[in-house]
Each structure stands twice: as structure tokens, then as C-alpha cells.
Ligand binder design. Structure first.
Ligand SMILES: O=C(O)CCC(=O)C(=O)O
Ligand SMILES: [Fe+2]
Length: 295
């Protein structure tokens, strides 16, 4: 991996891990921002158990893709149930660079992506470090971003996906939509564990605190261009049994276009967990989770 991320070997995550080993893994996670474990045989039960070691999981809001017995784990990819219904959330046409979970106030969140089935070609996932990005952006851009805040909305991200592909998932109910109000975030943040200055960014905010939407977007795009220079990007080419965990407070990630594997299978088990109790913790997380657990 470039200047962040670490491949961890010699760990078998299918069985419970002792406290010392877990605390080592947790330290590596924070110090490297992303961890790769290969050749795992991770059942949904083991994945859920591991997720709970890191913190409090957030239940996926497109809840039809949550695994019945382990709703901390949801499916993404292009596989179908025998009746032809989608068995995983499939976003066609690539995803673009983003941060997971910007529509919750709690920014310290890990994404877990475990490869169950991978296509012969494509389906790579890209990561880059937002601490490196901050170090490398010009001073003028640092000044412009220093007091900037963005208003992030889950619906501003999700509604267009649903409109483009109405069969991709069941629309959220009114109650579910209400549980996900837009949230303000500072762009320049200090990571509470590493103390590094990071850029917390998403690329479809609905408003900025101090400048117009177009000006704020221009600044974010300028930072993104620096962040995603080739030498800073890690491209993960998946093999079944890979588990990738990344810190959304320290990296940006992107899926890649899906057209190249429409006729092949891809199935990933994804979890999302808040790792740090900070002053920006989602206070009503239990309530929010309960709403998305309702059938
Ligand atoms: O499927 C991928 O490669 C990335 C998906 C993604 O953005 C995510 O799981 O948050
Ligand atoms: Fe994502």
C-alpha cells in the first residue's frame, strides 16, 4: 500500500480473538488507517462478532440487504435470490470517491468489506489517505478549507441512485427518512486517536457554512485532485476471503465501474461500526438502529 494501510498476516478472524491481540489490531487500524486480512473464512457470525469488538455497529439503511440473523452485516454486489430478486445492493456505474457515513454526526466509523465472491475482472476498491492529502494541498487551500463546514444529506446521495435505478432497493419510509437528517461537518479535522490533521470530505454536500455551493465544491475538488494522485492511491484487487477495514475519518474510498462484470458474480459482506465515543457521537443510535431493524 502507498503511505498508509497494512496487510496483517497470521491472524485467523473466524475464531474469537483475545484482548491483547485485539488491542494490537485496533492500534494498527488507527495507525495505518486501513487493514487487509487475506485468506479469511469469515462467517456472518464471525464478522458480526469482530465488528462488535470495534464498537457499536450502524445498521445499513437499505435494510432489505441486511442478513437476517446478523443485521450488522449487509450484502453488496450483483447476486440474485433464486426468485430473481436482488440479493445485494448493486450500484451500477461506479461510485466515485466518498466517505461512508457522512450523514451521521459520528465521524469515527470503520467500514468492513469482506469478499465472498469476486468477478474475474473488475470490482476493485480504491483508497487514499486524507492525512496525506492535507499535508500535500497548497497553503492557500488549507486556509480556504480551515473554517469550512459542509452539510451532508443521506437522501441527497441516495435519492438520485434510486431514481437512476428504481429497482436497486426499496425506498425508505417517511419514518426512516426522518431518522436521517442532514448533518454539518468540518472539513479540516483532528483525528481523535492519531492527532493527525485530516480532511473529512464528501462530494455532494447540499450547503457550505461560509461560501456558495459552487465555491465550496471547487475547493473540495481541488483537495480531491491532490488526494487521489496516482502515487497516493491504493487499488485493492479482491480475492475471496479478503477482509478490508478502513477508517472513514482518515481515508477516502471509491468503488470502480461495474459494467465490466455485469455477467459475473460479486458478493461482499459489509459492516459499518462507530469506533470512538466522541462529542459527535450519534446519541440516538439505538433508536436509529431499531428503526432500520423493523421489517
Ligand atoms: O464495492 C466497493 O468496491 C466499494 C463499496 C463502497 O463504497 C462501500 O462499501 O462503502
Ligand atoms: Fe462506500
Amino acid at each position: 500500500m502507498p503511505n498508509f494501510g497494512l496487510e496483517v498476516s497470521g491472524v485467523e478472524l473466524s475464531s474469537p480473538i483475545d484482548d491483547d491481540s485485539f488491542s494490537e489490531i485496533r492500534d494498527l487500524y488507527f495507525s495505518h488507517s486501513a487493514l487487509l486480512f487475506r485468506d479469511q473464512d469469515l462467517s456472518p457470525q464471525s464478522q458480526a462478532r469482530l465488528v462488535h469488538r470495534f464498537g457499536c455497529p450502524k445498521i445499513e439503511t437499505r435494510k432489505q440487504f441486511n442478513l437476517k440473523d446478523y443485521p450488522e452485516v449487509s450484502t453488496i454486489g450483483n447476486v440474485k435470490h433464486p426468485d430473481g430478486e436482488d440479493a445485494a445492493f448493486f450500484v451500477r456505474g461506479g461510485f466515485g470517491w466518498h466517505t461512508d457515513g457522512t450523514s451521521a454526526c459520528h465521524v469515527d466509523a470503520a467500514t468492513f468489506l469482506y469478499a465472498v465472491e469476486v468477478p474475474k475482472v473488475g470490482g476493485d476498491t480504491l483508497l487514499c489517505s486524507t492525512a496525506t492529502a492535507y499535508e500535500n494541498i497548497p497553503e492557500t487551500l488549507k486556509d480556504q478549507l480551515s473554517d469550512l463546514e459542509m452539510l451532508c444529506s443521506f437522501h441527497a446521495h441516495n435519492d438520485p441512485l434510486l431514481e437512476a435505478d428504481p429497482d436497486s432497493h426499496i425506498p425508505l419510509t417517511k419514518e426512516e427518512r426522518r431518522a436521517l437528517p442532514p448533518v454539518w461537518h468540518k472539513i479540516v479535522q483532528v483525528h481523535p486517536v492519531t492527532g493527525r490533521t485530516v480532511l473529512y470530505m464528501n462530494f455532494n454536500p447540499i450547503e457550505f457554512n461560509s461560501v456558495s455551493l459552487s465555491m465550496g465544491e471547487e475547493w473540495l475538488q481541488a483537495a480531491l485532485a491532490v488526494a487521489t494522485q496516482e502515487q497516493y492511491v491504493y487499488r485493492h484487487e479482491w480475492k475471496p476471503g479478503d477482509l478490508l477495514i478502513w477508517d472513514n475519518h482518515a481515508v477516502l474510498h471509491s468503488g470502480t465501474p461495474t459494467a465490466c462484470y455485469e455477467s459475473d458474480r460479486r458478493l461482499m459482506h459489509r459492516s459499518f461500526v462507530y469506533t470512538q465515543p466522541t462529542e459527535r457521537t450519534l446519541e440516538n443510535l439505538d433508536e436509529v438502529n431499531a428503526i432500520f431493524l423493523k421489517t
